[in-house]
Design a protein around this ligand. Structure first.
Ligand code: FES
Ligand SMILES: [Fe+2]
Length: 371
């Protein structure tokens, strides 16, 4: 028998992991006096900013009779539902007023809550904590408190630039993630004269190591078959350029490139919108080329090109996945994908048994492939 593993078929929605922070919207799209809609893990949300600019996120359904709260009126503090005028504090969802109550009716208004979610603004995005288990739409509970803060991009100097990119993909989060960590598609999907050609394909060997809730492609010198890296070596006047790539559950891919005093960091997330739809958000920060005109634009152009190539590929792939075909993952090129599925299963198992997560990767491993 060849060494083939069959991964799960189409991921059921239970595999969208709760109990984590997710990127909801770019921060520059959420303004005061304006309500925006977003969907995370099939939960409809309404986002906005209070008078002081602090972001908030509520479930976009009134706990009374389900009217979307984004249709309501917002005064910078409380949101008033457009159907019967119930008012809610936007940060904890607590009901402030039910206009239909008469003075002798003593319904405890403050025990009623609209579903609300903890929010943080971090590196150009509004992050929302999706608790575990998901709160009911109408209810009597304040928002669940996360145990940690939203993920941040690591920066290595005080001054830096940053930018973000987004792309929607009509596939499940699993296909979005394994597409992102897959090394073998590069020569076929990401060809460009200024990057590489199919003929530059050669054998690669990379070391991986386990890290909490994920794995790391250990610090290495990036492959010499790409022009931008050659340029970078020249510019930074550095003998060594190292790249580290981490993947951490539920959806975080961090890439750090360091060359002498210069650095480039990115945090890419694949966010489940619905079970068949995800969004890739790439946020990058760098101190490279800060003074050279056009280079940031050039970098953004290169990144946008890559993301667009991936998006187009996944759009086509979605057509093939429609009929739920059997899939296969091969060694070594698909091993990171296998670790992803194993990590996810180990995470769910640890939650079920309230035990420590059993890491699927007991020790560092070297993988080989051609790309
Ligand atoms: S549905 Fe919102 S107040 Fe009635
Ligand atoms: Fe790609």
């Amino acid at each position: 028998m060849p060494d083939l593993d069959l991964p799960q078929r189409q991921a059921p929605d239970s595999l969208m992991l709760t109990g984590f922070w997710y990127r909801a919207l770019p921060a520059d799209r959420v303004h005061r006096h304006h309500l925006c809609k977003a969907t995370l893990l099939e939960i409809p949300l309404v986002l906005g900013r209070d008078r002081l600019g602090q972001p908030f996120a509520l479930r976009d359904a009134c706990p009374h009779r389900g009217m979307p709260l984004n249709c309501g009126r917002f005064d910078g503090e409380n949101l008033e539902c457009s159907y019967h005028g119930w008012q809610f504090d936007v940060h904890d969802g607590q009901c402030q007023l039910i206009p239909s109550l008469t003075s002798d009716q003593n319904l405890k208004v403050d025990r009623i809550y609209a579903g609300s979610y903890r929010c943080e603004e971090q590196d150009s995005f509004i992050w929302v904590f999706i608790p575990d288990p998901a709160p009911p739409g109408a209810g009597f509970a304040p928002p669940a408190e996360p145990s940690d803060t939203a993920p941040q991009i690591e920066k290595f100097s005080e001054k830096y630039k940053s930018a973000y990119l987004q792309a929607e993909m009509p596939v499940s989060i699993d296909h979005g993630i394994i597409g992102l960590m897959d090394p073998a598609h590069g020569p076929f999907v990401h060809q460009a004269w200024w990057w590489r050609t199919q003929h530059s394909i050669h054998e690669k060997k990379k070391n991986f190591e386990p890290i909490p809730n994920g794995f790391r492609m250990s610090a290495h010198t990036p492959s010499s078959n790409s022009a931008p890296y050659k340029l970078l070596r020249l510019y930074a006047d550095a003998d060594s350029i190292t790249t580290t790539i981490d993947f951490v559950l539920p959806n975080l891919r961090t890439e750090t490139i360091r060359a002498g005093k210069y650095w480039f960091s990115s945090l890419t997330t694949v966010t489940p919108i619905t079970r068949n739809h995800c969004r890739i958000d790439v946020v990058a920060a760098w101190n490279l080329f800060r003074w050279v005109p056009f280079v940031p634009d050039l970098l953004k152009f290169v990144f946008a090109k890559f993301v667009e190539q991936d998006r187009r590929t996944m759009e086509l792939q979605a057509g093939g996945l429609q009929h739920n075909p059997h899939l296969m993952l091969i060694d070594d090129a698909d091993r990171p994908a296998k670790w992803y599925f194993q990590l996810k299963a180990a995470h769910l198992e640890a939650k079920r048994t309230s035990a420590e997560i059993k890491h699927p990767m007991p020790h560092p491993v070297t993988l080989k492939w051609r790309s």
